[in-house]
Design a protein around this ligand. Structure first.
Ligand code: ADP
Length: 625
């Protein structure tokens, strides 16, 4: 029979397993049991629509057999089994190739990845030098045997097997000076490992165990017989009392179930007593899943009914703005063969969804109040989603979310909530000021930001594309309007200053009109200003659409020509360049026009807008030089 080669990635993983110096080799048992349990889930799930494929619920089990003399440990399940192709696909390649990529980045830390992430079936090679699998799939009459002694490949051939399911035989390695592999053949060790790692598995894990028999004779040697015992309590983690579950258990469950190698940011474990009991276990991850911001991402919670999985990702249980939450909901009330369509209308489910949302919100608020750094880190990762929800719902979600939104600001360069901002603003301040740009540093460079902060006012940094659109939907917060510092009618000058500039603009009417004419419809107006500190020029906008919003809108496909910001070129009256322009008017209008173009290009660059004609700008500047 021809030996087949493992795929390259799998080979590397296998190599890592075989030569592992990992001290917790014992996790192999957890991995195999969890595969067995998943396989039973799959079979049961299939039987919901095709009853001929299933077994009585009580007949499902995972069996462990040991034969210490022959160094054999066998783990079998009556789950879905594998066909020939599945054997190839699943065991010839490593399924979670992501874990290997992760390993590459952290070459020295392979130890952690094994412990935290779980590496599946291959971990068995940490303790076995030969593995034989007999398996019969739900979908085929023919059973198959897969066998491998490690890196030099594996064989697959047809074989005899009566029952549907999978039987994995490990030939346990011989002990070495440093390693005691024999321990994995001991009854007490296996009991301990099942209790430690697989107690919550909801199918019985059974093994023949030595049990003392009462002898009728006085003083006789104690006698034992082998009886089949169930080693796990089968109470899933989420059904246990929250007080009795350790942080480590929560984290381990999270790693295994949701394939995240980091610990979660927060765990929410609660029992909800509605019309019936419902257990909820939720995790807020530290970082978004790799596909979180793509259209492939599917939100949802695992839905169980009385401990049996009925839906892998129940989307109706999570609002979009909390789509990053992972977890399990187990409600005894739901019927087992409920479909996606009927679920949507299920009253019980809607009640649970409300409870889930409330819990998540309360947990986030608690973090915000008590563990600010943690919350800020969370918001950095997931805040966009919540701001987007306010925008996309036309502000309808604002009451649900507004307290959770925060922005970095000029005051301490840290995050502030809107409440904090409003609470600390001076009484005379009438609006909430913000400025848009790519980064806080870029925003700080804006002439308008400097002008506003110079007056002692705090400016919120809007660095995300959704920010301005979001406040557009909010309108006001605690009756204070939001105001972009680039707004043409920002209104932070004193009455005296306003009067002075009005006069100046009136006097220079013709000069400004010529400059406006030079720029055509690129700008709505050209004005002098005295609100700028030391900067010569800036672009402000009129009428609600800012240059930042224009950038976002233009980046949408098909929207290139869409809505434009109405811009005003503002010249700092206090800057010498203002005098120069005034002097040129009437005496050398050609130069005045060139300077106008240069000033406009500069203003565009400052606010991060593209210069329409860079060649012209370059020529104009060189002429000057
Ligand atoms: P993972 O469990 O993370 O997917 P594994 O390497 O442990 O990775 O297993 C790879 C695949 O092999 C599983 O996804 C499953 O499809 C299949 N498999 C493993 N063990 C069993 C089993 N006992 N019964 C049926 N299929 C199994």
């Amino acid at each position: 029979m021809r030996k087949k080669q493992f795929k390259t990635q799998s080979k590397k993983m296998l190599d890592m397993m075989i030569n592992s110096i990992y001290t917790h080799k014992e996790i192999f048992l957890r991995e195999l049991i969890s595969n067995g349990s998943d396989a039973i889930d799959k079979r049961h799930f299939r039987s919901l629509t095709d009853t001929a494929l299933g077994l009585e619920m009580s007949a499902y089990k995972i069996r462990i057999e040991r034969d210490a003399d022959n160094r054999i440990l066998k783990i079998s399940d009556n789950g879905c089994g594998m066909g020939e192709k599945e054997l190839e696909d699943n065991l010839g390649t490593i399924a979670r190739s992501g874990s290997l990529d992760f390993k590459k980045e952290n070459e020295s830390e392979d130890i952690d990845i094994i412990g935290q992430f779980g590496v599946g079936f291959y971990s068995a090679f940490m303790v076995a030098d030969k593995i034989t699998i007999l398996t019969k799939s739900l979908d085929s009459e023919q059973a198959f045997k897969w066998e491998s002694e490690g890196v030099d490949g594996y064989t697959v051939e047809p074989c005899e097997k009566e029952e549907i399911g999978t039987e994995i035989t490990l030939h346990i390695k011989e002990d070495t000076e440093n390693e005691n592999y024999s321990v994995f053949l001991e009854e007490s060790k296996i009991r301990e490992l099942v209790k430690k790692y697989s107690d919550y598995i909801r199918y019985p894990i059974t093994m023949l165990c030595e049990t003392p028999v009462q002898s009728s004779e006085e003083g006789a040697e104690p006698q034992f017989e082998l009886t089949e015992q169930t080693l796990n309590s089968m109470v899933p983690l989420w059904k246990r009392d929250a007080k009795e579950v350790s942080e480590e258990e929560y984290n381990r469950f999270y790693h295994e179930k949701f394939f995240d190698y980091e610990d979660p940011l927060a765990v929410i474990h609660t029992k909800f007593e509605g019309t019936s009991n419902c257990h909820i276990l939720l995790y807020i991850p530290k970082k978004p899943a790799f596909d979180y911001y793509t259209k492939d991402f599917e939100k949802g919670l695992q839905l169980y009914s009385g401990g049996v999985l009925i839906m892998e990702k129940c989307a109706d249980l999570l609002p979009d703005y909390f789509s990053f939450v992972k977890g399990v909901v187990d409600s005894a009330d739901l019927t087992l063969n409920i479909s996606r369509e009927t679920l949507q209308h299920d009253h019980q489910l809607r009640v649970i969804a409300k409870a889930v949302e409330k819990k998540i919100k309360a947990e986030l608020k608690k973090l915000l109040r008590n563990e600010r750094e943690k919350y800020d880190a969370f918001f950095e990762q997931f805040g966009r989603q919540m701001k987007y929800a306010i925008y996309a719902s036309y502000g309808m979600q604002k009451d649900a979310l507004i307290d959770l939104i925060e922005y970095r600001s000029s005051a301490e360069k840290k995050y502030v909530t809107l409440e904090e901002y409003v609470n600390r603003m001076p009484e005379s301040q009438s609006a909430i000021y913000y400025a848009g740009g790519k980064t806080p540093e870029r925003i700080d460079m804006l002439p308008q930001t400097q002008a506003v902060t110079a007056k002692g006012l705090e400016v919120l940094y809007f660095t995300e594309d959704v920010d301005e659109f979001c406040v557009m939907m909010l309108g006001t917060y605690k009756e204070k309007p939001f105001k972009n510092v680039s707004d043409n009618d920002l209104d932070i000058e004193s009455d005296e200053e306003k009067e002075q500039i009005q006069k100046e603009n009136d006097t220079s009417k013709e000069l400004l009109a010529l400059m406006k004419q030079t720029l055509g419809d690129k700008v709505a107006e050209v004005q002098f200003t005295n609100a700028l500190d030391s900067h010569p020029v800036c672009l402000s906008t009129e009428g609600g659409i800012s240059t930042e919003m224009q950038k976002v809108l233009e980046s949408q496909p098909g929207m290139e020509q869409a809505i434009k910001a109405k811009t005003v070129l503002e010249i700092n009256l206090k800057h010498p360049v203002a005098e120069k322009l005034k002097a040129l008017y009437g005496s050398d209008n050609a130069t005045l026009e060139n300077y106008t173009k240069i000033l406009y290009a500069q203003a565009c660059l400052i606010c991060g807008m593209p210069v329409e004609n860079p060649t012209e700008l370059s020529n104009l500047v060189c002429d000057l030089m």
